[in-house]
Design a protein around this ligand. Structure first.
Ligand code: FPP
Length: 255
């Protein structure tokens, strides 16, 4: 595919050719740097999140155009509740706005929305958000295009403990024996059940850590980090990341 970049002045090639046969099936993104993007402009952090949603729109559209099967984004972690009430409120407001305004278009584009995380464990006052999320999942569940997986009130450790608890309950009830607990059965209790393996993890803003994201699923994923702050991460930057992925030699522990 070809993409004509906006910043030819920076002397970057005008287009990036991607070998589609080598693209990842499942991309995960830690959209980091919204706060710093806003601070650099003397704006409140919440403006960074607003700009972050714009960047997300572009990346979702481009993932769809490229035929990527699944895109998982880290929208809100189980630890993000520690942020100020103002910032949490702004993020939850953006979430509701997103699902209210974008759902028709996402549905028309055949996008299937999934939520990874504990929606019902969100505070009671977020009833509108919970209903909007359940409605979006229900409305798009038959769609066969891009699987857009939004990690929300999500923690990787919590997800693993939850799966272990479900299997322990099934064992205690005599539904399965301990010997039947193997990797496929364990994976069937993760939020990502039924999705392709995560092939590629992108983290923006120069930070190099996992932050409790997809701890089980990233076992053999390729990592990519860029100093670009999330609101500035555009199609062009995404293509650069994907190009790097297509050149990687994945060995999965072999030689
Ligand atoms: C990290 O930047 C970003 C987040 C914690 C939130 C990401 C959320 C969005 C882009 C919007 C909400 C999503 C949807 C689906 C509408 P940071 O605030 O930690 O930035 P910093 O490291 O510069 O402080």
């Amino acid at each position: 595919m070809a993409f004509f970049g906006k910043d030819e002045a920076q002397n970057r090639p005008r287009e990036i050719e991607l070998d589609r046969s080598r693209l990842p099936r499942h991309v995960a993104i830690i959209m980091d740097g919204n706060g710093r993007w806003a601070q650099k402009r003397g704006l409140p952090r919440t403006f960074g999140h607003k700009a972050g949603v714009e960047a997300l729109r572009e990346i979702i559209r481009h993932s769809d155009e490229l035929g990527i099967e699944a895109l998982t984004i880290y929208a809100f972690s189980t630890e993000n509740w520690k942020r100020s009430a103002e910032e949490v409120g702004a993020l939850m407001g953006l979430l509701l706005e997103y699902f209210t305004k974008e759902l028709d278009e996402l549905n028309e584009e055949n996008v299937q929305i999934r939520i990874l995380g504990d929606i019902d464990g969100m505070p009671a006052e977020l009833d509108k958000q919970k209903s909007a999320l359940h409605a979006a999942i229900e409305r798009t569940k038959g769609n066969t295009g891009l699987k857009l997986c939004i990690a929300l009130n999500y923690g990787g450790r919590q997800e693993i403990v939850r799966a272990a608890r479900i299997l322990a309950q099934q064992t205690a009830q005599g539904l399965i024996s301990p010997e039947e607990i193997d990797m496929p059965r364990f994976e069937s209790q993760l939020y990502t059940a039924g999705l392709p393996e995560v092939d590629f993890l992108i983290r923006t803003s120069g930070e190099i850590r996992l932050s409790n994201f997809l701890l089980y699923q990233l076992a053999y994923a390729e990592f990519y980090q860029t100093d670009i702050l999330w609101p500035d991460f555009d199609r062009r930057a995404y293509d650069e990341a994907l190009l790097a992925y297509t050149k990687r030699n994945r060995r999965f522990g072999g030689v």
